[in-house]
Design a protein around this ligand. Structure first.
Ligand SMILES: *Cc1c(COP(=O)(O)O)cnc(C)c1O
Length: 430
């Protein structure tokens, strides 16, 4: 009796043992790290016009392996996906006052990256089923100043790339694909990241494959690849030498976005595991979704037929009316069962003080200060109604789908949800 009653109301929790932690690092990564340590050179980059401008043997090895795995002509490693997004904005030649259409429902860097070049993020709304940018909302957001779109393949599912790419072609816009959460996900048979002008991946410690911190930018375009390499590594020093002249000179103030040999060696091993790690997530989600099918209050992730999902996060929709239980109370009761889900993902980014108060850089709010208060947007809290509804009312985010979690773990999650929903009346009352 006690074990069938909600833990929040005095019953026994479904889960008393913690879920195994997320850890993708094994013997292969240890060996790779030792190989670098034995060599004694932890980074082989020079910020000068020389062979070593392109980095050491591990960095180049990772880039070669990345190109091969994703079938793309150029891969440029960086020390984070944030750096890669910044470099992408710079490489595409964006500047002060340009507008970039972004999603409000993503990790902040995918929306803030234009600011460092003085360009202004313009938020379009998301699609309520895929949570990626809604092409209709993107279309409405295009102005004479729009120069680019950052499309995020959020939670592991590619956004509606073809309609967005068609809009970009029609209006002469550049497209950056943020694939930090979707390495290996396919859109109409093509790798996410390979469809836009530049694709960006993350290798930070939370991502499906990781080396602590790291990122990769990919492109089909040789000039763009060179500009990415220049921005990564002290561009201004390099192009001073005539043999290293770029085709386009703007934005070539370089940073140090270089990945170390140690990280590159580990990332190369991680890349070999990507397909297996993705397959395990897909398997866990299939088990989970099968169990969730009996609850009318929960709609599991929707995957359009023309794309694949690699489930960085399992994101379902909750119907409080059908459940007879508020989302907050549902989450609280589930947590008491030893299972932690999130209510929504990140708060819609235009809620951040950076946007609401138009803070930007310096003391006068650059680059927002380039435009009147209500332009290009007033960043009010009702800017994107679908995002608001998803975040504050419907979404349940679940990260408990990673390796080494098992089918038994998924059964516990399902049993926890079942227990909570079966006792929704008692829980809502209490
Ligand atoms: C993680 C993440 C980033 C940033 O990655 P870092 O490597 O930590 O800079 C960017 N965009 C999305 C969608 C992410 O999930």
């Amino acid at each position: 009796m006690n074990s069938t009653y909600p833990a929040l109301l005095g019953g026994t929790a479904v889960r008393t043992k913690a879920f195994a932690p997320y850890n993708t690092i094994g013997e292969a990564e240890k060996k790779a790290a030792m190989r670098v340590l034995d060599r004694g050179s932890l980074s082989d980059f020079y910020g000068s016009p020389s062979d070593r401008f392109y980095g050491g043997i591990e960095v180049r090895g990772l880039e070669e392996a990345w190109k091969e795995r994703f079938g793309i002509a150029h891969a440029v490693s960086m020390n984070s996906a944030t750096s890669a997004l910044y470099a992408a904005i710079g490489a595409l030649g964006l500047g002060a006052g340009d507008e970039v259409i972004v999603s409000p429902y993503t990790m902040s860097a995918s929306a803030t990256c234009p600011l460092i070049y003085g360009a202004l993020p313009v938020f379009a709304d998301i699609d309520p089923q895929t949570f990626g940018l809604d092409p209709l909302s993107v279309k409405k957001s295009i102005t004479a100043r729009t120069k680019a779109i950052v499309v995020v393949n959020i939670f592991g599912l590619p956004a509606a790339l073809d309609p967005i790419l068609a809009l970009a072609r029609e209006h002469g816009l550049k497209v950056i694909e943020d694939c930090a959460q979707s390495p290996g996900a396919l859109y109409r048979g093509q790798e996410s990241g390979s469809l836009g002008d530049i694709g960006v991946y993350s290798l930070n410690c939370h991502k499906t494959i990781q080396c602590g911190e790291g990122g990769i930018a990919v492109t089909k375009d040789a000039d763009l690849a060179y500009r990415l390499q220049l921005i990564r590594n002290h561009a201004e020093n390099i192009v001073a030498d005539t043999a290293w002249e770029p085709k386009q000179w703007n934005n070539l103030v370089g940073f140090n976005y270089r990945l170390t040999e140690l990280q590159a060696a580990i990332a190369t091993e991680q890349l070999k595991k990507l397909d297996e790690l993705n397959a395990q997530r897909v398997e866990r989600v299939a088990e989970l979704n099968a169990g969730l099918a009996k609850f009318s209050a929960i709609t599991p992730p929707f995957v359009p037929e023309d794309r694949s999902h690699v489930y960085y996060i399992h994101c379902s929709r909750y119907d409080a009316k059908k459940a007879g239980l508020s989302r907050a109370r549902f989450l609280e009761a589930l947590k008491a069962e030893g299972i932690v889900f999130g209510g929504g993902y990140v708060r819609p980014l235009y809620h951040l003080p950076l946007f609401r108060k138009r803070l930007g850089f310096g003391n006068d709010g650059y680059p927002f200060s380039l435009r009147p208060q209500n332009e290009p947007q007033d960043y009010n809290t009702a800017l994107c109604p679908v995002t608001e509804k998803m975040h504050f009312e419907e979404l349940l985010t679940n990260t408990l789908i990673y390796s080494p979690l098992s089918k038994t773990d998924m059964m516990d999650v399902i049993n926890g949800i079942e227990k909570v929903l079966t006792h929704s009346k008692d829980l809502q009352k209490a």
